[in-house]
Design a protein around this ligand. Structure first.
Ligand code: BTN
Length: 264
């Protein structure tokens, strides 16, 4: 692990040995910085410079952290796990949303070890606990022609936060509110990388089949009224193409490809 600027919290120092113990292909090399613009940008730059599959970037603080749909991702230094993983997987751009769903499962599973309440997945890319967002995922492809030749999975997990900005206080939560024991970011990171390693290559190559039952099991929207860009209805699940299946008021089924969805 290469630590820049010395101010990284000591809890992350055990990450390399825990990652090695898990024996997976992700998390090596691991670069941990105090501050960067965005760990996704670091991973992209590393990809262009030939970094290998599994190279992982963690920062305590991001000056230009970003979320989906051009939104900012703001996190107080030391309270989150902010991580981006470079995956050298080739896939068609249509598969990127599937990787986002599979990554959501990995994040969910890693968080579940620490919480008294089971985390759930909110299509297309959030992880919730008790209906509030505990983690977000931003998957970005590096394209060559019409294929992504590498994929960056950027993940922000709220770990220790107990206060949130007024604008998100109703929608955001952290592991700390539900923790069975004090969360350990090094363990969380090692578990997350192992879980990603387990599923992501398979999903990139063959689609959601292997993980679909677990996606259904932890689907936060299933059975609930939802509102999205395409209207309102009741969510009935996620299909094998990663689309949200919604029963509309007239009884017809609609399949939503992407975008924002709100419960209720
Ligand atoms: C979202 O919910 O909109 C996705 C948020 C993704 C945030 C993470 S934090 C680590 C990585 N670096 C970024 O700039 N974004 C992702």
């Amino acid at each position: 692990m290469k630590v820049a600027r010395g101010a990284v919290l000591p809890d992350l120092e055990r990450a390399p040995s825990l990652i090695a113990e898990r024996g997976g292909a992700l998390g090596t090399p691991l670069r941990v910085l105090f501050e960067t613009s965005s760990t996704n940008d670091l991973a992209k730059e590393a990809a262009r410079n030939g970094a290998p599959h599994g190279a992982t970037f963690v920062a305590e603080r991001q000056s230009a952290g970003r979320g989906r749909q051009g939104r900012e991702w703001i996190a107080t230094a030391g309270e989150s796990l902010l991580v981006s993983v470079l995956l050298r997987v080739a896939c068609a751009p249509q598969r990127l949303p599937l990787l986002s769903l599979a990554s959501g499962l990995a994040v969910r599973d890693a968080i579940a070890r620490w919480t008294s309440e089971a985390p759930q997945i909110k299509w297309p890319n959030d992880v919730l606990i008790a209906g509030k967002k505990v983690a977000g995922i931003l998957v970005e492809g590096i394209a060559a022609g019409d294929r992504a030749t590498a994929v960056i999975v950027g993940i922000g997990i709220n770990v220790f936060q107990r206060t949130f900005a007024d604008s998100i206080v109703d929608r955001a939560t952290s592991i700390a509110f539900f923790a069975k024991s004090p969360p350990d970011r090094a363990e969380l990171l090692a578990d997350l990388l192992a879980a990603l390693d387990r599923d992501i290559g398979f999903v990139a190559a063959r689609g959601l089949g292997l993980v679909h039952a677990r996606l259904t099991q932890f689907d936060a929207l299933r059975g609930h009224p939802v509102t999205g860009d395409a209207g309102t209805g009741t969510a009935e699940g996620i299909d094998l193409e990663g689309r949200l299946i919604v029963r509309l008021a007239d009884g017809s089924l609609s399949r939503w490809q992407a975008g924002e969805v709100h419960l209720g």
